[in-house]
Design a protein around this ligand. Structure first.
Ligand code: PLP
Length: 378
């Protein structure tokens, strides 16, 4: 029997979402831009999905723009923010590559600043304040500023204090974007209470279909993503992926309805896992913060091991987990997140990420822990 414990990579599709999507593939496949009755019915499905999604994050439907997923939403926020050039972007060095590489691609036309993080992966509020103050001094408050900090880290699960960070950003007149791809559907989010101006989301991380996501944009801070028809309020042209949009809305709503139950259950699973590991004599470090972290996320570094080796040994036993390092055959690279939180070098290479979901059972969790202990003790 295979055990899937890599839910931070992607999740199983919600069955209700799947059932609802079928109708829009096979029966109601009409182009939502057409004005006849059939076209209007698919347009209605999009509108209703937009309302459901907006409601899930305390937003207005007209502020939700459908995209192809987290990568596109992040690229849109970074590259098409305000005039698109001559801006200042402040971000953290532990963001997903969708943010880091998007920032890198605009470094010749915008100034990019990276904030420091502590050993848990929390972004330093002090460094945000001093960055914003320095920028205002140098540029006399003359530039558009974007602060982009992820809500929850995809490797170590650390959840940032978004409310405090956005408050600092706003004090200095900056726009606040958060990559909430790992967080949405898993922890409570209200864009107004948290002071979020722009938010990226991806359906396949919350039991929705792949290839669909959205960008929330509170104000008119965005430029058009690409040109063509008038879809997405003229901001992102192209015929809409109606089945995926419908599936995303149902999956998000269902996850939010069951959120408290899922969070409690996942915390029970991770406690069970740590209990097993504590009973072993293995030499390891738990990365990230123990409390402010995504439910079900476990990130551990084992002394003198390689994450890739552990991943393959577990794979041979039918268990799928992820490594904390990006490797190729000649080069063992420590992930940028593990480097930035300064995991000691003798542990860093032996980093793995396990991410359980509501579909994992207690028996599976115990099996993963026991098998891990066995393969590490080899
Ligand atoms: N941002 C974060 C934090 C992620 O974890 C991911 C995917 O792993 C992405 C962005 C990219 O999302 P997508 O796979 O939908 O493009």
């Amino acid at each position: 029997m295979n055990i899937y414990a890599d839910n931070a990579a992607t999740t199983k599709l919600d069955i209700e979402a799947f059932e609802a999507m079928k109708k829009y593939f096979l029966d109601d496949f009409f182009n939502p831009s057409q004005l006849y009755t059939l076209g209007r019915s698919t347009k209605k499905a999009i509108d209703q999905s937009r309302e459901i999604i907006a409601d899930c994050i305390g937003a207005k439907p007209e502020n939700i723009f459908f995209t192809s997923g987290g990568t596109e939403s992040d690229n849109w926020a970074i590259k098409r923010f305000c005039s698109g050039n001559n801006n200042i972007i402040i971000t953290s060095p532990i963001e997903h590559h969708a943010i880091l590489n998007a920032c890198d691609s605009v470094k010749d036309i915008s100034k990019i600043k990276y904030l420091s993080v502590d050993k848990y992966g929390f972004v330093s509020e002090k460094s945000l304040v001093s960055s914003l103050e320095t920028i205002d001094e140098i540029y006399c408050n003359d530039k558009k500023k974007l602060v982009s900090i992820m809500m929850a880290n995809n490797e170590i699960g650390t959840i940032q204090n978004i409310h405090r960070l956005s408050k600092i950003a706003h004090k200095y007149g900056a726009i606040f974007h958060t990559d909430a791809v790992q967080a949405i559907g898993h922890i409570p989010i209200n864009v107004n209470e948290m002071g979020i101006d722009l938010l990226s989301a991806s359906a396949h991380k919350f039991n929705g279909p792949k290839g669909i996501g959205f960008l929330y944009s509170k104000n008119k801070d965005l430029q058009v993503y690409h040109n063509g028809g008038l879809q997405e309020f003229g901001m992102r042209a192209g015929t809409e992926n109606v089945p995926a949009i419908v599936g995303m809305a149902i999956a998000l709503k269902n996850n939010i309805l069951q959120m408290k139950k899922n969070m409690d259950y996942l915390n029970t699973l991770t406690d069970l896992f740590y209990k097993e590991l504590n009973n072993s004599k293995l030499d390891y470090i738990i990365n990230g913060h123990l409390i402010n972290r995504l439910p079900g996320n476990i990130n551990i570094s084992f002394k003198g091991k390689t994450g890739e080796g552990i991943m393959h040994l577990l794979d041979l036993k039918g268990i799928s987990i992820s490594t904390g390092s990006a490797c190729d055959s000649t080069n063992q690279q420590i992930s940028h997140v593990i480097k930035e939180i300064r995991v000691p070098s003798e542990y860093a290479e032996g980093t793995i990420r396990i991410s359980f979901s509501k579909y994992n059972t207690e028996e599976e969790v115990i099996k993963v822990a026991k098998t891990l202990i066995n393969v590490i003790s080899l």
